[in-house]
Design a protein around this ligand. Sequence first.
Ligand code: SF4
Length: 62
Amino acid sequence: MEVAVNQDLCISCGLCVSSCPDIFVWNQDDKAETSGQKIDPDLEDCVQEAADGCPTDAIETQ
Ligand code: SF4
C-alpha cells in the first residue's frame, strides 16, 4: 500500500494525524503529510479509515 496527501486539498482538519499518527504528521505548512515510513500491514486499516474520512479526499492510496 502506498499513500500520499494532496497538499492542495488538505484543509488541516487533523483527522488523519489524530487517527493514524504513525503515518500522518504535520509539515511546516501545517498540512498533513506522510511520515515516509513504510506502511506496516497492521496500519493499513487505519490509513484506509483516514482516507475514507478525510473531508476533502486529500489522501490518496494505492
Ligand atoms: S484528514 Fe484530510 S484534510 Fe484533514 S488533515 Fe488529514 S489530509 Fe488534511
